[in-house]
Design a binder for this molecule. Structure first.
Ligand code: VGL
Ligand code: ZN
Length: 206
């Protein structure tokens, strides 16, 4: 059994969003085409409370891009984004939700961020995604979405650790790129960890 994991295809990571990823919208039509080809499609949703510790606005004298220690873990500070129930947290309008079987929300604990769809950044709590996929008999996961250098990367690294055969569909991902080569480095890291980097054309034609 194979599953497609669509990562954080939400307004705040797309055009005009609070944490807009360059060209983030461009992956949505591909994500829709891919979703139509899988029996099991799971979407993750960054879903923060307004007082989340990853928001620069919740710390005195802090700006997005700075790093702090949050409850013992290094944390990059971000603009306020994907606040629960807000427009920014909603899936982008162009995303076809019909083929999505299940949604896993993450980043709900104000004291810890969660880039991965599987675990928070301290591996303290599971979102339930690994258990869900295993219960469905999933052996192989394909991953696409936003952002290559954060949520896609950490989801892929956890997928490998959880024992899934892991494919990352590179052209169906876009990165934040705080540094220009962050996405390239992230793909290299995922490959080194055992994930296979593929293109959507290969998946759609198979
Ligand atoms: C993400 C930064 C903060 C992501 C989420 O979806 O990649 N990045 N929250
Ligand atoms: Zn976030």
């Amino acid at each position: 059994m194979q599953a497609l994991l669509l990562i954080d295809l939400q307004n705040d990571f797309c055009r005009y969003g609070a944490l807009a990823v360059t060209d983030g919208n461009a992956v949505v039509p591909l994500a829709n085409d891919l979703a139509a080809r899988f029996d099991l499609v799971v979407a993750t949703q960054d879903w923060h409370p307004a007082d989340h510790g990853s928001f620069a606005a919740n710390h005195l004298w802090s700006k997005p891009g700075q790093t702090i220690i949050l409850d013992g873990l290094e944390q990059i500070l971000w603009p306020v984004h994907c606040v629960q129930e807000s427009f920014g947290a909603q899936f982008v309008n162009e995303l076809n939700l019909e083929n999505i079987t299940e949604i896993f929300q993450k980043g709900t604990d104000p004291l810890i961020d969660s880039y991965s769809g599987f675990y928070d950044n301290g591996h303290r709590k599971s979102t339930g995604l690994a258990e869900y996929l295993k219960e469905k008999g999933v052996k192989t996961v394909y991953i696409a979405g936003l952002a290559t250098d954060y949520c896609v990367k950490f989801t892929a690294l956890d997928a490998v650790k959880e024992g899934f055969e892991t494919y990352v569909i590179a052209d169906t991902c876009r990165g934040v790129n705080l540094q220009a080569d962050d996405s390239e480095n992230a793909l290299a890291e995922m490959r080194a960890a055992g994930a296979k980097i593929v293109q959507s054309s290969e998946v759609l034609s198979s």
